[in-house]
Structure formats: C-alpha cells, structure tokens
Write a protein that binds this ligand. Structure first.
Ligand code: PLP
Length: 414
C-alpha cells in the first residue's frame, strides 16, 4: 500500500498526477487497471456483510470499481468537491444529474445556450415527464431574475457557452436560484476544472464531459458529476447504481492518465488560443472574434472575475455577402474549413489536435435558424478548438485558409 498524501492543500498540477491514487499490494507505479465486472467474497458471511453495509467491499462494477474510484477521487480533489460519480459519457452525466433530482411537476430554468443534447433533454425529454423549463438569455441577469421570481427545482447553465463563449454571472444567478429553491447545475466543460471553480461561485453540482480536455487525446468518452457528499450519496447514487450509466474501468484508466497532463495541455492550448484570437482580430476576412480574455469580449470583466484563463476555444465570424467574401458567409466558412491543411474539420473540442466546427450546419443545425439567430450564431460563425500543435504552424494554416475564404476566384482556382 502507498503512503498517503499530506493533509495540507495541494495545488491542481499535483492533484492531477497524485490525487486519488490507490496502489494495490503490488505497489505499481501507474494506476492499476481493474478490468473486471465483478468481485468475489471470502465467504457467504462476507457477502452478507457487504450487502448490509457492515463491511466495505467492491460488489459489482456498475456500483463501483477500484480504477473508476481512483478517477472519482482525483476529480473530486481537483474540483474541491466532496464527492464525484463518473459516467460513460458527458451526456449520461447531465442526464443523471437532472433526472436523479427532478420529479413530475418540477420547474426548471436554463440558459438558452446549451450543448445540443442538453437542449434536447430539457426541451423534449423532460416535458414528457411533466417537467417544464423556462429558457433565458444566460447573459441577461434581468431574465434570470424574472424567471427565478417563481419557485424552481433546478437551474442548468453552461458558462462559457458553446459556441459563442458567453458568460453567465454565476454568483448572481446562484443567489437567485437558491432563493427560488433551486439547485444550480453548471456544465463546466469549456472552462475545465482548472480555469473556473463553479462550486466556489455558488453552484451546487458541476458536470463534465471527460471526453473533452480530460482525455483530450480523442480516445474515450466519459462524464463526471460532482457535488456534496449528501447529494451524491442520497440523490445521484441511487439513480446511477440502478440505471447503469457506469464508466468502463478501461476508459476510467485512460482518463486518469489523461488527467496527468491536463494542466500542461490546457495551459499550452490556452496560450495558443489567446495568440490565435489576436491574430484573427487583425484579419479583414474576420468580422468578430470571441475569446473571453480579450478586452473586446462582451463580458470580458466577468470572464476575468470568474475564470483564471480564457480557455482553449476561439469563436469567430467570417464576413460574407455585400462587402465580404463572395457567395455569402456560409460559402466563405466552407471554403475556409476546406482550405485548412493542419486543422481538422470536426465537431469535437478540447483535443490535442486543433479542430474547426461550422455550428450552423452541424452542432447547432437542429435548433433552427431562429434559435441560432437568438444565440448569435451566423452562417459565418466558426468554432476553433485550439490544440497542441506549434502555434506558428496553426497561424500559418489559418492565414492560408483565410486567404482562400476571402479570395474572389478561389473556386476557379481549385
Ligand atoms: C461534449 C459536451 C457534452 C456531452 O459530452 P459527451 O461526452 O459527448 O456525451 C456536454 N456539454 C458540453 C458543453 C460538451 O462540450
């Protein structure tokens, strides 16, 4: 067995490497992979004692597994949360957080700018069970105030949001939510646990897609829900144990190894993202650049107050139509994406490989033109997830693609 970590508070980079590690009697260096669905007992008496709770013993990997438990302990330590449960995907995490807490007749308030599948759960699935949601513009405190002037059971928001990187005033929203009787669930994927700590800003529950920065190398799906021990034990855990969104031990192991380099990756990707945002803002083909730590971000001051870094995603609009690129903004955006030679066209983010997404025709296609307009997503909007390549190579790639996006005869030249 290993020595235990010192009791004094440890910094994130240390927790990412050391937090939650539970060595077996073989004293292995790397976290052991317990690729097992079940566990055996010394005796029938031990089995009975395990089931009554008199003895702590792993029973079945849908309930718990030593590799999965190491990931949960590491994430809880990093977040400063009392407890964590991990799930097979980020969506399983969001689904479990909502469905475990809500019941028929409950009312929810959510920011309009939600990840596509979160939007489907809230607007299509939950109403089937008699749970209604009022959507608000997450950046507009007056709308939160009005929606939360009536009792509510749960508030769901994403900040910074996908893809427009809008910030909600989390401490103010949380205070309103608590007055209305609601718990506050924050999807913190874009900030990562390193750049924003929702639990210290008033949130009750934080959810992640571990698929994004935590794995960060495109290998596995995963999700996490973090909150108080009481809520996790009494509300979330009975739901996850019995409905079975369990994360496989193998994927938990991959994510544990991903976490070891999370701080290095997020910091490097964030530095490159900031440099790329500055580069894009100088280009004539680009109408608008959104990056939370740039002074021209609409909620720059709020971003600086809530986050310790601007993040790894930059969103920008390519000019189209009159005065812009020929053929309209969508055509300019497609020409731009197709001309990239290093950066991939993908709908993923948080990866070591840089990726661009055209939200209007992919991730945000289903919500329709009217809702896109409300969110500020145009036909020229591009979301760029900045990876670990040399930033100079990324800027060269972007510059060449912008040249072709803006070029009048680019199609003739192909
Ligand atoms: C990716 C993502 C999810 C869903 O996670 P999966 O692992 O794909 O299920 C939820 N919220 C946000 C903000 C995301 O980026």
């Amino acid at each position: 067995m290993s020595k235990s970590l010192p009791h004094r508070p440890l910094r994130p980079a240390t927790l990412l490497v050391r937090g939650g590690t539970n060595r077996s009697n073989h004293a292995e260096t790397s976290e052991a992979l317990f690729l097992t669905s079940g566990f055996v007992y010394d005796s029938a008496e031990q089995a009975e004692a395990t089931f009554t709770g008199a003895e702590q013993h792993y029973q079945y990997s849908r309930f718990g597994n030593p590799t999965v438990a190491m990931l949960e302990a590491r994430l809880a330590a990093l977040e400063g949360a009392e407890a964590c449960r991990v799930t097979a995907t980020g969506m399983a995490a969001v689904h479990a957080a909502l469905l475990s807490h809500l019941k028929t007749g409950d009312r929810m308030v959510a920011s309009r700018a939600l990840f596509g599948s979160c939007h489907w759960i809230v607007s299509t699935l939950l109403p089937r069970y008699g749970i209604q949601t009022e959507f608000v513009d997450g950046t507009d405190l007056a709308q939160w105030e009005s929606a939360l002037s009536r009792p509510a059971a749960l508030v769901l928001l994403e900040t910074p949001s996908n893809p427009m990187l809008e910030m909600a005033d989390l401490p103010a929203v949380a205070a309103l939510a608590h007055q209305a009787g609601a718990i506050v669930v924050v999807d913190n994927v874009f900030a990562t646990p390193l750049l924003q700590k929702p639990l210290t800003l008033g949130a009750d529950v934080v959810v992640y897609s571990c698929t994004k920065h935590m794995d960060g190398q495109g290998r596995t799906l995963g999700g996490a829900v973090l909150g108080s021990k009481k809520w996790v034990d009494e509300v979330l855990q009975p739901f996850t144990r019995n409905t079975g969104p369990a994360l496989s031990p193998f994927n938990a192991w991959v994510i544990l190894k991903g976490l070891e380099t999370l701080a290095l990756r997020v910091n490097a990707m964030g530095r490159s993202a900031a440099a790329i945002a500055d580069f894009l803002s100088e280009r004539a083909e680009v109408d608008r650049v959104l990056y939370p730590f740039r002074a021209d971000h609409p909620q720059h001051a709020l971003a600086k107050r809530l986050m310790s870094g601007g993040g790894t995603v930059v969103t920008f609009d390519l000019a189209g139509g009159p005065g812009g690129a020929p053929g309209g903004a969508k055509e300019a955006a497609f020409r731009f994406c197709n001309a990239l030679r290093i950066i991939d066209v993908s709908n993923n983010l948080g990866d070591a490989k840089s990726m661009v997404t055209h939200p209007a025709t992919t991730t945000h296609m289903r919500i329709g033109a009217e809702e896109r307009a409300r969110l500020g997503i145009t036909e020229g909007t591009i979301r760029l997830s900045v990876g670990l390549e040399d930033v100079a190579d990324l800027i060269d790639d972007l510059a060449e693609a912008l040249d072709s996006a803006g070029a009048i005869d680019s199609r003739a030249a192909e």
